[in-house]
Design a protein around this ligand. Structure first.
Ligand code: MIC
Ligand code: SF4
Length: 643
């Protein structure tokens, strides 16, 4: 039978299960990546698994998120990560080498391989024809230990690209257009597979922008074929040997096909506070801009920054704009330095910062109160920039550079300058001096005072009394559940980090949840659609677990977060009848009876609202395996009991 490219790669890696959409399957993982914000906990968990060596073909530990190092905590984490890398023989990409997804694409990505990363933008690798999936750190640790990755076999949506992008219209505008069409909701369990004659008009960095921000659709991943363009890119990186030609079989059937004419795409912008709140820039042209930030794993390639340099050549930025530029990797920074392009960007007035996530995750460069900030990253959730009142707009680097110059957001086609068309270099400058690989099983692993043990959980009680400790609406992101920015330094200390659960939503949550737990009362969170959207951070499950949360009752969940909840022994439950969501109020008491008996695949669970004196049903879509994990109190307990 003719297969899609996604099916071909998945089926070649299938370890267990039926390859049918909606079925739970296990796949073999070839490569893993971690970053410092999720990596420390992932490796603490790997250590807890007590395996002598890792089993993947390639595993890379990146340091790119917490590089401001205000205090010793992040620096201690980085030293711990380097020790772990030596002990297990991982590749270690040090601070200064760049953002994990950008570097992985440049130096390690390989068509046809599977990549599991403890970061939601791991699908960037799909730009090179990989099946690259974001997951919680514990799942990535389990893959390094040689276990398969469990996932729902996806429905494959075909995106047929025809035509060619016009000047000033970019890959970012393609993905923003798709976000406008498909939104951030309702795409769980699907893979976006690109095909059609438009594919070969896009370079690998452009494809990677599309697969990167595909994460905002809530899909499992996105994938491009591996063709002559991918070959040229890999050869330019000195890695032509990993290239293989890959595409869907002729006659492959997609679950559905979305057709996009690239020549009809326009410069787009995602308005506050959601990546799918997209309009053509012309609809809001003239918006006065206070800050412009260019960088992040979505848009910080050589092509992106060379284009920005071309736009700003011999221009000066607007006097009321603060302009931040973060190149995506050491390779990009070196190349724009050697080419003299960085000088043009600096001359225009940019504040050039380290090659790291930085502003994208609220690590510095918070905008002023009520500011308009135009950024090239992929997320504009309220408060993520570090300023709750700021309004963040997401655009292409082209539109952002023009905004920095003009002081207002305009369609870049209206800037009245020629488009500086930049080709992908024939040869990239390869400099891997900040990537080390030393394997010494006796390496010293130093744990600073902020690095704790991964917390243990008890098995799920058979009967539990809980309070609705919080009721929230739709689209609660993991940034709402557990903030990053200045709080990132607590990632390796769950007790300390737990103080900030739902900090920006209800600052009393932690204290109330702890008080309940002290009285033997568990906690439940009630939520609307797409609960847990956004990042892969498992702390959004781990910290609530630590505070005695045993279930989240929502209208729907995002994939990575639901898997993280299961990994930490928290039940992701959905309302059978949306009216029950309306009826529930914060502070009410719920009782779950005979949980162990009632929790069976495909069967509902009865919940008694003891405050109001009524009963309602909730569903779950957990497999036998996942139920066993939740009942054991999480993945680590489950693995221990199996061992
Ligand atoms: C993000 O973009 O939100 C992050 C920070 O990269 C996260 C990972 C994390 O929280 O450490 C992600 O996307 O998974
Ligand atoms: Fe880093 Fe931002 Fe990319 Fe997350 S989205 S990996 S914080 S650059």
């Amino acid at each position: 039978m003719a297969k899609t490219l996604t099916e071909k790669i998945l089926d070649a890696h299938l370890v267990e299960g039926e390859p049918r959409a909606g079925e739970e399957v296990a796949i073999k993982i070839d490569q893993t990546l971690t970053q410092d914000a999720t990596g420390t906990m992932a490796y603490l968990q790997l250590e807890a698994m007590a395996i002598p060596e890792i089993k993947t073909e390639l595993s890379v530990s990146y340091v790119d998120h917490n590089t401001l190092q205000l205090g010793f905590e992040n620096a201690d984490d980085h030293r711990y990560l380097q020790g772990i890398a030596e002990k297990y023989g991982l590749h270690f990409s040090r601070a200064g080498n760049g953002i994990c997804h950008q570097v992985h694409l440049e130096r390690f990505g390989a068509p046809g391989k599977t990549l599991l990363g403890s970061d939601s933008h791991t699908p960037t690798g799909g730009g090179l024809g990989m099946v690259a999936i974001g997951a919680g750190g514990l799942d990535v640790a389990a893959a390094m230990a040689g276990g398969p990755f469990w996932m729902t076999y996806p429905r494959v949506v075909g995106v047929k690209l025809v035509g060619k992008l016009k000047d000033w219209v970019t890959a970012k505008d393609v993905i923003l257009t798709l976000l406008k069409m498909l939104t951030t909701k309702g795409n769980v369990g699907t893979v976006m597979e690109y095909f059609g004659p438009g594919v070969e008009t896009l370079s690998v960095p452009e494809r990677a922008t599309i697969t990167n921000m595909g994460a905002e659709l809530g899909v499992t991943t996105s994938v491009f074929p591996s063709d002559h363009v991918a070959k040229a890119f890999l050869e330019a990186q000195g890695r032509g040997d990993v290239w293989r030609e890959l595409a869907a079989d002729a006659g492959a059937e997609y679950d559905r096909v979305v057709e996009l004419d690239l020549s009809a795409v326009e410069p787009m912008v995602a308005q506050p506070h959601s990546p799918d709140n997209v309009v053509p820039i012309r609809e809001i042209a003239g918006l006065k801009v206070d800050q412009v930030c260019i960088g992040s794993c979505t848009n910080s390639s050589y092509k992106d920054l060379a284009t920005v340099a071309g736009i700003l050549d011999r221009k000066t930025i607007s006097p009321h704009v603060s302009f931040i530029v973060a190149p995506g990797s050491k390779q990009v920074l070196r190349m724009i330095t050697d080419d003299g392009l960085l000088a043009k960007i600096v001359a225009a007035g940019a504040r050039v910062v380290e090659t790291a996530c930085g502003f994208c995750i609220g690590m510095g460069h918070a905008p002023p109160s009520d500011a308009v900030s135009v950024r090239t990253n992929n997320r504009n959730f309220k408060g993520r920039s570090g300023t709750a009142s700021a309004l963040v707009y997401l655009t292409s680097p082209e539109a952002a550079a023009v905004a920095a110059w003009k002081g207002e957001l305009i369609d870049p086609r209206d800037a009245g300058i020629p488009y500086p068309r930049v080709a992908v270099p024939k040869k990239f400058t390869v400099d891997d001096t900040l990537i080390s690989r030393v394997h010494n099983p006796d390496a010293e692993v130093v744990r600073g005072p902020n690095i704790g043990e991964p917390p243990r959980n008890e098995p799920l009680p058979d009967e539990l009394e809980a309070e609705v400790a919080l009721k929230v609406g739709d689209k609660i992101t993991t940034d709402h559940i557990i903030p990053a920015g200045p709080r990132l330094k607590y990632r390796s200390n769950v007790e300390a980090y737990s103080q900030f659960v739902f900090e920006g939503v209800d600052a009393t949550f932690t204290a109330r949840a702890k008080e309940n737990a002290a009285q033997g009362l568990y906690n439940v969170v009630v939520a609307g659609e797409s609960y847990g959207q956004g990042s892969s951070r498992e702390h959004a499950a781990l910290c609530p677990m630590h505070l005695g949360v045993k279930a989240v009752l929502a209208k729907s969940f995002e994939r990575i977060h639901a898997a993280n909840l299961v990994n930490f022994g928290i039940l992701p439950l959905t309302f059978r009848d949306a009216a029950d969501y309306e009826k529930l109020e914060a502070g009410e008491r719920l009782r779950f009876e005979k949980l162990h008996e009632e929790l069976r695949p495909g069967e509902p669970l009865t919940v008694v609202n003891t405050t109001k004196g009524h009963t309602f049903e909730v569903d779950h879509n957990l497999s036998e395996r996942q139920l066993a994990i939740v009942k054991a109190g999480g993945q680590l307990n489950y693995q221990r009991s199996k061992a």
